[in-house]
Design a protein around this ligand. Structure first.
Ligand code: XBP
Ligand code: MG
Length: 264
């Protein structure tokens, strides 16, 4: 009697898709950047993160960690009014309000192919999870107002932010998500957009499909099972940046099974 979810060839069957959020489900980082700048202005600070600076600061995942990194590398003489951690947390909370208000307006929209693939995965009976560095409230706003009002329930786990001690590129958030779903890496595929995200998924043992995003065009995606410019739509084929898409023009369930079997 073959083991549960294992086929005769000894490979695990693909049962689960794990999605990153920022840059993967939607091009959110530009809204994050603008939200940080609005929060700084609200606090009376003259800090302004340009797109170039933000692209560099994104090497540090987590908004609070990113602010701390910015101070350490650009304003080492800054003295917070009171406890620095509390001050940063206050700035980040204000930023999260700005960000969730913006995303809740529904103007964001998901990246090409994301809604189509998630719906196809649900119809195919694949299990869905989220593994992200961002703040949980940000995920809720994005899913409710840019995917479907009940779409949080489509994901068996929404592993987000500080539920784990170490953020991406550490694998912790993917370990957390797989543990919550009781799945093994061998039956999953991960979807990411950045080097940090790819490293996190890889170190968790996950085959990973990458869609490069606005701030990650120049990232090194070595080791991804496939690198694309986007997931594709029937009228908008993807561009393969690295790997073999087997003649497919958009990411569909058949291609996912092919990628999974090739990565076994
Ligand atoms: C991207 C991140 C997050 C966002 C900002 O997360 O690193 O920090 O840039 O969100 P992922 P917060 O790609 O893993 O979804 O300010 O809430 O951290
Ligand atoms: Mg990302």
């Amino acid at each position: 009697m073959p083991l549960n979810n294992r086929v005769k060839t000894g490979m695990s069957k693909l049962t689960t898709l794990l999605f990153d959020v920022d840059g993967t489900l939607a091009e959110t980082e530009e809204i994050h950047r603008q939200s940080f700048n609005k929060a700084f202005a609200q606090a009376g600070l003259d800090w302004r993160w340009s797109q170039q600076m933000y692209g560099e600061l994104l090497s540090v995942t987590g908004g609070k960690e990113r602010i701390r990194h910015f101070l350490a590398t650009h304003l080492p003489d800054f003295t917070a009014p009171g406890d620095l951690d509390e001050y940063i947390a206050g700035l980040h909370a204000a930023k999260t309000v700005v960000y969730t208000d913006t995303v809740s307006s529904g103007q964001m929209g998901m990246r090409p192919g994301v809604v189509r693939l998630i719906n196809a995965a649900r119809e195919a009976g694949l299990r869905l999870g989220i593994a992200t560095t961002t703040t949980p409230a940000n995920v809720t706003a994005l899913l409710r107002h840019n995917l479907a009002s009940d779409s949080e329930s489509w994901f068996e786990v929404i592993a987000a932010g500080s539920v784990v001690p170490a953020k991406k590129p550490a694998p912790d958030i993917y370990h957390y998500a797989m543990q919550a779903m009781d799945v093994s890496p061998e039956e999953c595929l991960a979807f990411e957009d950045s080097e940090n995200g790819l490293h996190s998924a890889q170190d968790a043992g996950l085959a990973t499909l990458v869609t490069a995003s606005q701030y990650t065009q120049d990232h090194d995606f070595d080791g991804a099972v496939l690198v694309l410019d986007q997931l594709g739509e029937p009228d908008r084929p993807f561009e393969v940046l690295a790997g073999d898409a087997g003649g497919h023009k958009m990411v569909d369930i058949e291609l996912l099974h092919d990628l999974h079997s090739r990565s076994a």
